[in-house]
Design a protein around this ligand. Structure first.
Ligand code: SAM
Ligand code: SF4
Length: 330
């Protein structure tokens, strides 16, 4: 794409240059806030977007000015064709950043191929640095493997490595200083994410939700300073400290004005366009993906974006139709 490529802009003047693309709903973990009973297959459980469909969607979004695609899931590493997916998306003119969000189960085995395919950034999820606690949260005794995958990503020179941590009152609130120690020598972004309410986790949410403001207050008391981020960089806040190689990010969807800086759209692994993570409706692109040209599909997306709402309804305890984030990739 050229500098004259139009940017997808919604009715609130937000520029939507970032696509989160889910490639599967299936997951091998049982995170207590997401899929506590594990992934339950439905009749449609293999009907995920094909490599061809993913390629076409990437082309259409790039024509709309999308620059960054994040592959997510479910667990994207469970797709055997993940290296090909990354290669195809990255080959699309206009897409300059290809990122992956993963639970990093057996990542060391996969990472070299993913990097060769063009992966630029990786977000690895680990909500505790204590092996027993990690197992309690995810159902798997895999913390060592996940953390060595993170170090391997750093060694391989990925442009950005992030560690995603969902804040939970009883499971990791007391681990703040351990997490900060973890980034003392590692040039990564440690991102604390406020636990979000979904259709399936209401009781858990009530008991476990922690406001990111608590973390922010502690960081600021310890001399962490907010980093100025580029315009359209998205809703996360970021902090740095001279004694630490890593930065700390805060994702606080319950804070005021969180949605003002929204820069993203989502496509589910079934080919549905979601204008918001917690919307009431979605728009099926599936019937058109292989039938239409990337240009026609781009026009369709441009039209649908005008329906994007100003903000989500989480403050009113309304997660829309989202039962859990494995449906959409977070
Ligand atoms: N399976 C991959 C993983 O866990 O990284 C990708 C999909 S997962 C849905 C994406 C991110 O959403 C993870 O960092 C996960 O911890 C986070 N997440 C899932 N459910 C959440 C919730 N209810 N509130 C906040 N974050 C959540
Ligand atoms: Fe799976 Fe990710 Fe959900 Fe955990 S958060 S159950 S790893 S999809």
């Amino acid at each position: 794409m050229t500098d004259s490529t139009p940017t997808l802009t919604d009715g609130y003047a937000r520029q939507l240059t970032y696509l989160r693309l889910s490639v599967t709903d299936v997951c091998n973990f049982r995170c207590n806030y997401c899929l506590p009973d594990g992934y339950l297959a439905d009749n449609n459980c293999n009907n995920f977007l094909s490599l061809e469909e993913i390629h076409k969607i990437s082309q259409a979004f790039a024509l709309c000015g999308t620059k960054k695609i994040r592959i997510t899931g479910g667990e994207p590493l469970l797709r055997k064709d993940l290296p090909q997916i990354i290669e195809r998306c990255k080959s699309v003119e206009g897409i300059d950043t290809l990122a992956l969000t993963t639970n990093a189960y057996s990542i060391s085995k996969h990472l070299p191929k993913l990097v060769d395919a063009g992966l630029d950034q990786i977000n690895i999820s680990a909500d505790s640095l204590q092996p027993e606690n990690f197992q309690l949260i995810t159902g798997h005794n895999k913390l060592d493997e996940v953390l060595s995958g993170l170090d391997m990503a750093l060694e391989r020179g990925l442009k950005k490595v992030k560690l995603n941590v969902v804040l939970m009152r009883e499971y990791n609130r007391s681990e703040l200083s351990d997490f900060l120690d973890f980034v003392r020598q590692r040039p990564i972004v440690l991102r604390f994410i406020e636990l979000m309410e979904t259709g399936d986790n209401k009781a858990f949410f009530k008991k476990q939700h922690v406001s990111g403001q608590e973390i922010r207050d502690e960081l600021e008391q310890d001399g962490w300073l907010q980093v100025l981020r580029e315009a359209h960089a998205g809703p996360a806040l970021e902090f740095s400290h001279p004694d630490y190689a890593g930065n700390v990010g805060l994702i606080m969807p319950y804070s005021r004005n969180f949605c003002t800086n929204c820069n993203r759209l989502r496509v589910s692994s079934r080919g549905n366009l979601h204008l918001c993570l917690f919307g009431e409706e979605h728009h099926s692109l599936r019937p058109y993906i292989l039938e239409e040209s990337p240009q026609q599909l781009a026009k369709r997306i441009q039209h649908l974006v005008s329906f994007k709402k100003a903000e989500h309804g989480l403050h009113e305890n309304n997660p829309g139709t989202t039962r859990h984030l494995a449906m959409l990739g977070g």
